[in-house]
Design a binder for this molecule. Sequence first.
Ligand code: UN1
Length: 504
Amino acid sequence: MKGRDERMSFTEGQTYLNCIGGSWQPARSGQTFPNANPATGELLGSFPLSGAEEANAAVAAARKAFETWRLVPAPKRGEILFRAGELLKQRKEDLAHTMTMEMGKILKETRGDVQEGIDMAFYMGGEGRRLFGYSVPVELPNKSGLAMRDPVGVVACITPWNFPIAIPTWKMFPALVAGNTIVFKPASDTPHSALRLVEILYEAGVPEGVVNIVFGPGSTVGEALLHHPDVAVVSFTGSTEMGRHVAIEGAQTLKRVSLEMGGKNAVIVLDDADLDLAVEGILWSAYGTSGQRCTACSRVIVHKAVRRQLLDRLVPRIEQLRLGNGLDESVDMGPIINASQLEKIHSYIAIGKAEGATLLTGGSIANEGELARGTFYRPTLFADVTPNMRLAQEEIFGPVLSVIEAGSFEEAIAINNATKYGLSSAIYTQNIHNVERAKRDLTTGIIYINSGTTGAEIQFPFGGTRGTGNGHREAGLAGLDVFTEWKVVYTDYSGKLQKAQIDQ
Ligand code: UN1
């Protein structure tokens, strides 16, 4: 690969490169942006501050590579993903460390993030020998019909910083096995994990130009991809506000746009719940990744009969959570991704108090000792929250949890469903009737029974209703639909003109 020796493995303070058409190159302007560790503030490296020019060059390279990649037999494309899965496995520990350093979540979680990439590599690698279409009987004699999947073309993958390996693999691996080529624009807070993933794909055997990575802001690189006529699909994960913009702009060139956006996920605790189990699920799903997951639990809807008992168990456990550098295995919660997110999270404390909610614990920036070097926020719990408060409606994307009281099963379900988001919900109950009613009545894309709101597995569709998505799903079989076009082939071997619907 051209320029490969310019690309070295992770060294602090190093300048990294875009990969366009298999060639590693800086931004044409020569400018870079810094990548910093949110736990310590230290500079980890610099990445190319690219713009429209680099994005357009990457689309041209991907468009060219598409003409040959689409003709590579799908089982061979799948084998490359199997090799990528092996490399991810071999480098899991190293990748987890890199990820913890650039975005802060604790090692246990960054290992899980890489594991999702490994799982997706093997799952989608297997699709190389499936990619099922179907044949069904046709209405005329001596004729057959076949529905098959075609790749769509150039796919732009625009990804967030909270799952820097997992989410890109959910987009790139199904796209690749189906025969598409890729321009990858990762979040500017996590460029290094993204770069490592692209290196692995090339090492696994992806031909030049099939995967391209362009670092830089959404406002230049992202916009160029959104408006480029040769980009066929935009797969985006991020805020609902930005997702709406992607959909509107993408519509101008009739792109297929797949959106995964915000969440305001709840854990419902009924009066017959195992409260100790519920506390574990709430802690893990509300404060894991410092609450910075689209699946994070940010509301607890508790039956009034067990509210007091639940709070009595929950508050001391929250106060025991240890904040610190995620590389330290004894730490429970790492930093917030950056200073502007920290400020945004903190602004909700005043909002919640003004609305009349009761702050039970947390509610402040943590800056004692070593923590002052990073961007840390104390795990926070509000009680006496009512369903329409901003605390209960807006995605905060941080460790801020609101407890809402409900008087009945029906009320709890109604509160759960009444937000503009619809990603994930959880219910704790030991009553089989409540389980079945919850499965029927909860209107989110993912439901957990007696478990928290996080922990989706890649063999199932991932995504949500209402403002969380636009009807598409990632992962599982459904994940292929975004990256394939149905093509139907009718073959008439009767040797005469047969007219469907006319010749009866
Ligand atoms: C996200 O929050 O953006 O279910 C993805 C989970 C993870 C994926 C979360 N497997 O929480």
